[in-house]
Ligand binder design. Structure first.
Ligand code: FSX
Length: 365
């Protein structure tokens, strides 16, 4: 560990300038909803940070969580952060297999006892030890063994955080969340099916910087990313307020970008950062692509009554607004379309994306 390069060394090797590094620290502070004055503190901590050992266990899941992380546009800040940790075990990504892979896990556990980070994706079956095993070890036994020496645990994805898809009724495997099994370690839930890559790496960056986990909500999720619901940050929100709703996926309202509430959007009851952080390097998110939010970062989202069923009827006030909106006719529709584009543009601008390419362009004169 002593001769391991620091994060700053690694960033320099990748061509990131000092100014770019400071910009990265400011973006991390903003990402974690920390005051701007914290950026120099983050810079100092990251300059000296050594690569922490991370053991990543995948249980009952679809591998979407790992896919989400690795499919991010490369190179990205997420990629850099992953270069800055020692990912000692991840059976989807590691080159080693069989005995060698298990030896790597044991070695990482012994050499870093009490200090390593455990990341878990997937739920844990409790109905039968044989439902899901790795190297002949049940998920339940492996979780308990690795958690015992961990400094903290990050439950990545709704399966690990709340049980997710395997937990959906009738839950044939008796699937449970990490926090149902492990009760004596700090756990942060990074929910979403899958979660946003930058949310996973944001939590890792916080751990690298402060040696602790970020502030959490009542479901154990980082407040910085799960403190607001999708609806409150959605660029279609003004249409909801005016009672302008798409009634089908191919009607005029849908074409004009009106609110998707009546088509089952779960944005009002879903807490996540999709509307601001977005996906695919800040390109878009489901609502921007014309589909309602499924509510995938909430517990039991598979059993919440149908993806295309509206939460409830809009209030009387918005219903009246709907009538007014329809009566106003095509001119208003055109104006609304323009407004939607403006709101969309504004929403895009209000979240500053910083990519590695940006950092490399920031070379000092
Ligand atoms: Fe679950 Fe993740 Fe959904 Fe899939 O590992 S949260 S089913 S995206 O893969 O666990």
């Amino acid at each position: 560990m002593k001769n391991d390069p620091s994060l700053l060394d690694i960033l320099r090797q990748q061509g990131v300038s000092r100014r770019g590094f400071l910009k990265f620290c400011a973006a991390t502070a903003s990402l974690m909803a920390l005051p701007p004055g914290m950026a120099p503190v983050i810079a100092k901590a990251l300059e000296q940070a050594r690569r922490p050992s991370v053991i990543w266990l995948s249980f009952q899941e679809c591998t979407g969580c790992t896919e989400s992380l690795t499919r991010s546009h490369a190179p990205t800040l997420e990629g850099l952060i992953f270069d800055a940790i020692s990912l000692d075990y991840h059976h989807t990504l590691q080159a080693a297999s069989g005995t060698a892979a298990e030896e790597a896990r044991k070695t990482a556990m012994e050499e870093n006892r009490g200090k390593y980070l455990l990341v878990v994706d997937g739920s844990i079956p409790t109905g039968n030890a044989g439902y899901s095993t790795i190297a002949g070890i049940s998920n339940l036994d492996m979780l308990k063994e690795v958690a015992a020496g961990a400094a903290a645990i990050i439950a990545v994805g709704t399966c690990a955080a709340f049980g997710g898809l395997p937990h959906a009724s009738p839950n044939p495997t008796g699937a449970v969340a990490v926090s149902d099994i492990i009760t004596d370690k700090p756990i942060v839930n990074v929910s979403g099916c899958p979660p946003i890559p930058v949310v996973i790496t944001g939590v890792l960056a916080h751990f690298l910087t402060f040696g602790s986990l970020p502030e959490l909500d009542h479901l154990g999720r980082p407040m910085a990313f799960y403190g607001n619901n999708i609806h409150d940050r959605c660029y279609r929100r003004p249409f909801y307020e005016r009672g302008q709703f798409a009634e089908s996926f191919d009607d005029e309202g849908a074409k004009k970008g009106w609110c998707l509430y009546k088509l089952g959007c779960k944005g009002p009851v879903t807490y996540n950062a999709c509307a601001t952080t977005k996906w695919n390097n800040g390109t878009s998110f489901p609502i921007e692509s014309g589909h309602g939010c499924l509510g995938c970062s909430e517990p039991n989202f598979w059993d919440m009554g149908g993806f295309y069923n509206a939460l409830s009827e809009p209030s009387k006030g918005t219903g009246n607004a709907l009538g007014w909106g329809v009566a106003a006719g095509a001119a208003l529709g055109a104006a609304s379309g323009l407004m939607a584009r403006r709101e969309k543009d504004h929403a895009s601008r209000s979240h500053q994306q910083v990519t590695v390419d940006d950092l490399k362009r920031e070379e000092s004169p």
